[in-house]
Design a protein around this ligand. Structure first.
Ligand code: BES
Ligand code: ZN
Ligand code: ZN
Length: 505
């Protein structure tokens, strides 16, 4: 999909469909508007379009309410009017959702022109433009590579018509380009997550990431295989891979901005990349195992944020560590009761091989600490308990540093994504301690499972480093309540929050 800005536009750019907005006039209590008076606020319509619209009797029934649309023909093209409700009440997320629905209703056309001045929330023109490009980019995503019959041809050209002066071209173009870089990265992550596990082996995943970053300025990529992980003493990570027919892969990415000073912040990301989680010897029941290809969504999420930041050339140094393996069963697979020593020297009794994500993450977190970042943020589909605590709509945040947690929560709010913090209380840290080993990989009870997993991870983060953990077990896929996400499959949620966080680092 190509976006073309058309500033100082006097009329619509030529296209198969023209999209305009309408707001609802706020009802005044004292002087209720007469029936004959239009209920619409449509300041960005041309005289001619208005005349065509009003000439149709049924148009009088259109109120411009949120979710309401009206289509008519004008001068040989289809015109879609998108109702946005009361102007002052429209939020950025309302706009994103309405634009997602708009995309769906115009995707059958090859070209569209949008009068963008009418699609603004709180008179924030630039932010609204970003929301528009984001909404279209995210909604246009499909995963149809395994369908012999692909979905119909998609919208290829979107003209962004605006009355803004041409002098603003550079600034507005930058906003468009940045939003494209972010949504493109979101869609790369979605592709990784949706890829089936018989294709996306750990080795294939690492190879694809390496290829994807090849041409990005400032990015370096190193891959550690089994031999290197043994040398690094990453035995917890290796214990998860023990039953696999495929090598574990630690993908180590770095992004260095063009101008680094001693004030440049260094953020490290760590992502869970379980390309499939059978549970291991603590085998998952069949029903719970389905979709466990998405157990690498944490790694895809941090990778996408890293990729977007590098493409935007953000002035922050980023280390990104992706721990990739499957959790499978063969005669070498780790048995429950095994005691394994992690990279940081702590011993762990593995009482449940299905609590494998924390083992991979533990060694990766310790590895990330070596680079002395200002903060580590990890992201993982870590616990089913997160769905119990926060549903499928909210990402769990846990942190050793309240300031860092607050920054993440602020970024989530700026990106219109839901995050909620859970505490890591000393009782839960104590519950993760072992009797014949330093730690156990599961707590004494299921209660508080999400934060107990975080308490376990915290044991592998050095005390002087700020750390936050994001559990995306709920939000990583099937965000059917968000019209800009596919109802089933990878969501790409949390990436926009992380990009905002990096922008403010
Ligand atoms: N990958 C799962 C977590 C998960 C479960 C994500 C369901 C999304 C949906 C993780 O490896 C796991 O199996 N965790 C166990 C931990 C338990 C054994 C302490 C869980 O949540 O049941
Ligand atoms: Zn598991
Ligand atoms: Zn898992």
């Amino acid at each position: 999909m190509k976006f073309t800005l058309n500033l100082n536009a006097k009329e619509f750019s030529k296209a198969e469909v023209v999209v305009i907005s309408a707001f609802t006039k706020p009802e005044k209590k004292e002087t209720k508007s007469k029936k004959t008076e239009s209920k619409l606020v449509n300041t960005h319509w041309s005289k001619e379009v208005k005349a065509s619209f009003e000439a149709i009797n049924s148009s009088a029934n259109f109120n411009g309410g949120k979710g309401e649309t009206y289509t008519f023909a004008h001068d040989g093209v289809d015109v879609l009017v998108v109702g946005l409700g009361e102007k002052t009440k429209l939020t950025s997320e309302d706009l994103r959702k309405e634009l997602a629905k708009t995309y769906k209703s115009i995707s059958k056309y090859k070209s569209a022109s949008i009068q963008i001045d009418g699609f603004t929330f709180k008179s924030k023109k630039e932010e609204s433009l970003a929301v528009l490009v984001e909404a279209f980019g995210m909604t246009s995503y499909t995963f149809d590579k395994y369908l012999t019959k692909k979905s119909d041809a998609k919208l290829a050209t979107v003209n962004l018509d605006s009355a803004e002066a041409k002098s603003k071209a550079k600034k507005l173009q930058k906003i468009v380009d940045e939003a494209i870089a972010v949504t493109e990265s979101i869609n790369v992550a979605r592709d990784f997550v949706n890829e089936p596990p018989n294709v996306l082996r750990s080795t294939e995943y690492a190879k694809r990431v390496k290829k994807d970053v090849e041409k990005i300025k400032g990015v370096k990529c190193k891959i550690l295989g089994k031999k290197e992980l043994k040398k690094e003493k990453m035995n917890l990570f290796l214990s998860v891979n023990a039953g696999s027919a495929y090598e574990p892969q630690l993908v180590h990415l770095t992004y260095t901005p063009s101008k680094v000073t001693k004030n440049t912040k260094h953020i490290a990301f760590v992502g869970k990349g379980l390309v499939f989680d059978t549970g291991g010897y603590s085998l998952k029941p069949g029903g719970s195992m389905v979709n466990m290809k998405f157990d690498m969504a944490g790694s895809a999420t941090v990778y996408a944020a890293f990729r977007a930041a590098a493409k935007l050339g953000l002035n922050v140094k980023i280390t990104c560590i992706l721990g990739m393996t499957d959790n499978a069963v063969n005669e070498h697979a780790t048995m429950p009761d095994a005691i394994v020593t992690g990279r940081n020297g702590k011993t762990v009794e593995i009482l449940n091989t299905d609590a494998e994500g924390r083992l991979v993450m533990a060694d990766c977190l310790d590895y990330a600490c070596d680079f002395k970042p200002d903060a580590i943020i990890d992201c993982a589909t870590l616990t089913g308990a997160c769905l119990i605590a926060l549903g499928t709509e909210v990402c769990g945040v846990m942190s050793s540093d309240q300031k860092l947690a607050d920054k993440l929560l602020k970024s989530a709010s700026a990106a219109d994504e839901y995050m909620w913090q859970l505490p890591i209380i000393p009782e839960w840290s104590k519950d993760m301690k072992g009797t014949i080993s330093d730690l156990k990989n599961i707590g004494g009870s299921r209660w508080g499972g999400t934060a107990k997993a975080a308490a376990f991870l915290q044991e592998f983060v050095r005390d002087d480093i700020s750390w936050a953990h994001l559990d995306i077990a709920g939000v990583g896929d099937s965000q059917s309540h968000l019209p800009y996400c596919p109802p089933k499959g990878a969501s790409g949620v949390v990436i926009r929050s992380l990009v905002d966080f990096l922008k403010n680092s």
